[in-house]
Write a protein that binds this ligand. Structure first.
Ligand code: C2E
Ligand code: CA
Ligand code: CA
Length: 424
């Protein structure tokens, strides 16, 4: 490597973290280098500790530490901040493009699954990055900016700090108060992302995705406001609106001779309602939508723990003809035992696996195993988050023919959906 700024890498653990970072930042400035302060967090640590025990959590932390180390030759890894957070400093003398590439590589490098007692634990790392500006900036501010960027990043992804973020990033408290009455004021809408059958080149289903246009906060991403809606008890009512709107839309497509199955994300709060199964059937009847045109997406995390009631509700819904999908399959707490208790129609391979298929051999092997297992169980397999032709080709070669992702289409409003098909 011919990075003239590269100095012997050092893992400094015996000095206060901020002092270390200050020293590294000053050295980078003195040598005319660019640099990035990264706050990286292991996103599912609480769940991993909860479902697999603290030993599993420790193993994940250790694996992430070990995986960060190879990047030390390109700068300094500073410290573990505790609670599954790490502070990293990368530097380069070749400008921001090179640095962004390094951040990208680091994120792919830390996120592949680890083997824990024969079970694959998927690691989702999320990071916020603040790049060094031209003038020396106080270290505390760089860390704060990276943390702010972390707050805006989707789980399993990274985001760079920008000034707009400073202005736009709503605090949880602001989100909580702006959510009051938002449903009645008509601030929510749905967008739809098609799922394609690669063989027929046609859209076979769409996933309904919730959007919130808040007059005071702007367009707030669902990853930010849905957890708040869940914790404030808004989700049963909002979930009901989502189901009604999505079923109403599917019914319109059906009547227009453009039938498409609609997949709706269900939150834990909805599933916990003992009347949920009945409510789904009422909505189907109100919308005059035959049940097989609706698919409900539930995540694995809803199926662990005390599952008797959830199992009964899902079975009733499925007996009524509604399809069931496991969403985000394999993300962190997969305990395959639940597959014996639940009957599904569709398995959605999480975007992290779609990324992993080309990245590492372990990723490729894992995706192959998931597809083989899904087929064995008679499930339809959908790969999520397909962004490149290479990923599409690799997944197709592994026998997966239903796909969803930016390569084909971003989520769009309902009127853009009919007649969606892949170009030659
Ligand atoms: P999800 O259910 O896994 O939804 C897929 C997410 O991946 C969507 O993000 C979609 O826009 C994004 N996506 C699709 N293709 C690609 C791709 O090729 N690359 C990348 N990078 N991303 C892609 P979105 O709409 O921001 O939703 C995020 C999450 O919020 C959803 O994850 C889901 O957990 C939750 N959510 C969204 N709408 C609803 C809803 O109506 N109800 C509930 N309960 N949760 C929802
Ligand atoms: Ca989903
Ligand atoms: Ca998903």
């Amino acid at each position: 490597m011919n990075d003239s700024c590269a100095s012997p890498s050092s893992v400094i653990t015996n000095l206060p973290v901020r002092q270390n970072l200050s020293a590294a930042v000053s050295a980078a400035y003195a040598q005319g280098c660019t640099g990035a302060v990264i706050v990286l967090k292991v996103s599912d640590l609480t769940q991993i500790n909860h479902w697999h025990g603290y030993e599993a959590g420790d193993r994940v932390i250790e694996a992430v530490m070990n995986r960060i180390e190879p990047y030390l030759s390109e700068g300094y890894f500073l410290s573990r901040l505790g609670g599954g957070h790490f502070l990293i400093f990368l530097r380069a003398d070749q400008g921001e493009g090179v640095l962004e590439n390094r951040v990208n590589h680091l994120m792919s490098g830390v996120s592949s699954p680890i083997d824990f007692g024969g079970e694959a634990l998927l690691i989702r790392c999320t990071a916020g990055v603040s790049l060094l500006p031209n003038e020396a900036e106080v270290t505390d501010k760089l860390i704060r900016n990276a943390e702010l960027a972390l707050g805006s990043a989707k789980v399993g992804r990274y985001a760079f700090y920008t000034e707009a973020l400073q202005e736009n990033l709503a605090s949880e408290a602001e989100i909580r108060s702006a959510l009051v009455g938002a449903l009645d004021r008509g601030e929510f809408f749905l967008v739809y992302q098609p799922q394609f059958c690669i063989k027929t080149r046609k859209a076979v289903a769409v996933e309904a995705l919730l959007r919130w246009q808040s007059p005071s906060l702007g367009l707030v991403p669902p990853d930010r406001f849905i957890p708040v809606a869940e914790s404030t008890g808004l989700m049963p009512e909002l979930g009901d609106w989502i189901l009604k709107t999505a079923c109403g839309q599917a019914s319109q497509w059906l009547m227009a001779g453009e039938p498409l199955r609609v997949a709706v994300n269900i939150s834990a709060a909805q599933l916990e309602d003992p009347k949920f199964a009945r409510r789904v059937q009422e909505i189907l009847a109100e919308c005059r939508l035959p049940s097989s045109w609706l698919e409900l997406e539930v995540t694995e995390s809803m199926l662990v723990g005390p599952i008797q009631d959830v199992q009964t509700a899902l079975q009733e819904i499925r007996r009524a003809g509604v399809k069931l999908a496991i969403d985000d399959f394999g993300t962190g707490y997969s305990n395959l035992a639940y597959l014996q208790h639940f009957v599904f129609d569709t398995l959605k391979i999480d975007r992290l696996f779609t990324n992993a298929v080309l990245e590492t051999r372990a990723g490729d092997v894992l995706v192959k195993a998931i597809i083989a297992m899904g087929m064995e169980l008679g499930l339809e397999i959908v790969a999520e988050g397909v962004e490149t032709e290479d990923q599409k080709g690799a997944l197709e070669a592994l026998g997966c023919s239903r796909m969803q992702g930016y390569l084909f289409s971003r989520p769009v409003t309902a009127e853009k959906i009919p007649l969606f098909q892949l170009s030659e």
